[in-house]
Design a protein around this ligand. Sequence first.
Ligand SMILES: [Zn+2]
Length: 418
Amino acid sequence: MTSRNWAVVTLAVLLVALAVAVALLTPWQRPPAPRADQLAALRDLPAAEVARGREFAASLRPARYGSLLLALVVALILGLTPLGAAVVTWAARPLGGGWLARVLVGGLVLLLLADLLTLPFAAWRHRALVRYGLSTQDWSGWAADLAKGYAVGAVIAAIALIGFYAVTRWSPAWWWAWGAAGAATLVVLLSFVLPVLIEPVFNKFTPMPAGAQRTELLALAERDGVPVRDVLVADASRRTRAVNAYVSGFGPTRRVVVYDTLLREATPAEVASVVAHELGHAKDRDVFVGTLLGALGSAAAVVALFLLSGWGPLLRAAGVPSVADPRSLGMLLAIAALAGVVATPVQALLSRLVEARADAHALALTNDPAAYEAMQRRLASVNLADPDPPWPEHRWFGSHPSTVERIAHARAYARGER
Ligand SMILES: [Zn+2]
């Protein structure tokens, strides 16, 4: 059998495995959140806050869609015309134009170019966050975070670029097998190792001082069968007023991280309900399942890329002889951008289902739907959320159930629909 036939078989196996994993591991059952309850919840929210949340969402919309559209158009222009190949050649020339210069300098410049073009939209977004009082960062803090993000991204991209083009050069017929294994490994590394390395770049963490709240949160985790080593407080107030919490690490390194903003804004019962939601993620191994699906998906994507990138018309459009040429990066980014458009609503749907399960877990663990509803109201109010976003937008991008869905869920629980 030829390499191409093996690739077809492997892709079929990976797609079946992905479909089976999604079918079995996704909590498909709809949470009890009748629309009538949602509308009642919406009416109960202060009208001025709802209006402000909608106004804020509207002010972000041009930046959001403008940035998405521009990124897609730029990727398609760079990838489906010889322009991307020309950028790589031009950027590598001052360094001799050799293979390494093309892969590393050419590749990073091409990636940076795409990022820089959408920078005005990121600045627009920051300005809106400051205007609405959500961001506490000045422009220099914002720029520092941006630079840190670029630096982290550049390191990951450099590893991926060198790995990818070394393998395509070394094994033109079988790179897809190594590439698929490499992509899956990278997903696992990014998901398990990186948070531990990256979190401290952006925030400082201090153990929560001993006291009733710390004891209560540790006891909650213990009762849930998800013991945590520590409760840490992140200095999120340096950049935002938004409130949040999460559980990170595994087994003996597992810890609960609470934003200092959450402790400042919310009552202890509300904090407990947020932490209970996060414990639900840990208990149901949502990070593990997400990583598994991501690893299968990215392996399948590499094999599909191999089959697609041998297609003559595509190579001719990009002006490169083969995918092994480092100047093919633009073409690869164009394919990835198109795949991203399709993957976004699928990922959002799976995420909303998983989040709804964590909500159900929190309600069952704390048995305190009133605190849960209060917390959802506070989250919406502080984070300036649109409590009931337009449904096409919610379906396409919404990673969490909307505020009114979550309040309706809590009310259904309180009525005894558990
Ligand atoms: Zn969650």
